[in-house]
Design a protein around this ligand. Structure first.
Ligand code: ZN
Length: 267
């Protein structure tokens, strides 16, 4: 079976879905189909951005219905490198702190709230286990995607070569300008950070910030990490969150705004 990401709609909720296996669903909810008002319009899934919590609850309920999942576990995200194994029943979002989740439990969706950061979807080839990792520049520099893959391998006794990955929408290098501080963090953990940084000066594209030195490609950095580890990439989605304000929230673009929900689940 070789499908691609499809834009779907269920009860007004618009989401991208990729289903590499009948038991497996990878989804990225757009900002369309929720009840939140400007500047969170409308399918905001984060309680931490100033939106009315009743609207967020309703939005999350709509996402569960659209994806036909009883549970989507989300956690308090702090740009850390903490990987959380999820088992048993769902717990309140704010009870768990971490930036990646793994599980082998069917019906337990794993959700990640993003606005420019890259959601990395991970799963075993035989759909025995899944994971999702929140990779902005901090998570990428901390090699969170690699750590999540290793935790999946260890926890569920699956070889790294039997794990697959797909990358969700995120801010693209043309829109993502960073300073020397970010590059310095990458130099600590990546042997060849030059692969992912290009100088802002001398490029034809519009410059967004006067203090930025580089354009950073977080998608390429995470792809490189996981391929070095022996994982196979299946289908990624090359949508830029900064550029697509119809479908995506972007923290860089809008400052105060909502969060899209990235979901992986076993049926
Ligand atoms: Zn872009």
């Amino acid at each position: 079976m070789d499908t691609d990401w499809q834009l779907r709609s269920a009860d007004g909720v618009q989401y991208f879905e990729y289903s590499p296996h009948p038991k497996l669903i990878l989804a990225f909810c757009t900002r369309r189909g929720g009840v939140s008002h400007d500047p969170y319009e409308s399918l905001n899934t984060s309680f931490a951005v100033g939106d009315d919590s009743r609207n967020v609850e309703e939005n999350l309920a709509r996402v569960r219905r659209a994806l036909r999942l009883l549970t989507i576990q989300t956690v308090k995200q702090t740009h850390s490198d903490t990987v959380l194994p999820i088992a048993g029943g769902p717990v309140l979002t704010e009870m768990l702190t971490g930036d990646a989740c793994i599980t082998d439990q069917a019906g337990m969706g794993l959700g990640l709230k993003v606005a420019d950061c890259l959601p990395v979807y991970l799963y075993a080839e035989d759909s025995g286990c899944i994971g999702i990792a929140h990779c902005g520049w901090r998570g990428t520099a901390a090699k969170l995607a690699e750590k999540t893959a290793r935790e999946l391998s260890r926890h569920f006794s699956v070889q790294l070569s039997n794990l697959r990955f797909a990358l969700g929408p995120c801010i693209c290098p043309n829109c993502y300008e960073v300073g020397d501080d970010v590059r310095a963090e990458f130099e600590k953990s990546f042997p060849v950070p030059d692969k992912f940084f290009s100088p802002v000066a001398g490029t034809a594209a519009v410059r967004h910030s006067p203090v930025a030195e580089y354009r950073l490609d977080i998608r390429a950095a995470n792809r490189w990490l996981l391929m070095e580890l022996g994982l196979l990439e299946t289908r990624s989605i090359a949508l830029c969150t900064f550029e697509d304000d119809r479908l995506c929230y972007s923290a860089r673009r809008d400052k105060t705004t909502g969060r899209n929900l990235a979901v992986i689940a076993l049926r």
